[in-house]
Design a protein around this ligand. Sequence first.
Ligand code: DGL
Length: 253
Amino acid sequence: MTGIFDSGSGGLSVLREMLKVLPEEEYLYFSDNAHCPYGEKSPEYICDRATEITNMMMAKGCDVIVVACNTATAAAISHLRAKFAIPFVGMEPAVKPAAALTRSGVVGVLATEGTLKGEKYHLTRDRYADNVKVVEQVGRGFVELVESACLEGPHAEAVVRESVRPLVEAGADTIVLGCTHYPFLSQTIARVASQLAPQTDFTLIDPAPAVARRFLAVRKEAGGPVGLPRVTLMASGSDATLKKLFEYYISQN
Ligand code: DGL
């Protein structure tokens, strides 16, 4: 069985892609929404949460774990790999494809504070984006929008506009969605960006399909699909939004 976790419902954007590449696997999804958001918490706090979640998932029989959270990947994946003998798949900041795609020469990165401060992000940016300008912005309030299933409409647009505006004003035409919650807001982000710069053709990059391909390789190496093809959803707080987004974005597709 494969475990997949996030601070909340954001990791469903990764699970959606995993189900496309490996529908015949058994998945246990855990939303740590009683401790959400992770974005502004210390790496030590997030490491403790990730360790506790991993212990719980392994006790339930998970033998591969996908850390479907950029912030938790930045804070905890090295620790998890050192402590546990099972394979972990983490999120990759998609700066490389963004640098290859931009026509304006400016890439915008939307992510949490924890991800933008992390070493992994800095290494990736310095390695792959030295020919382009990279502008970074925390998606303030985005996680809260997704956790309350408020993905569209005037309030969502107003919140999104505050963080997208600096990227658009800096000339970005390619925007990396560096937090797994943000793909749920991609239509709103695209709409707001086009309102701010109607002449620009924007590309949003979600790393989830690439992470799902990596997961498939790791899952096969660790011994193919295991268990029954089904998804179990769990949350440390209320599971209402998790179930709603799962029904809307995954079951119906
Ligand atoms: N979905 C997470 C990420 O990818 C964390 C968001 C949060 O809890 O701040 O970074």
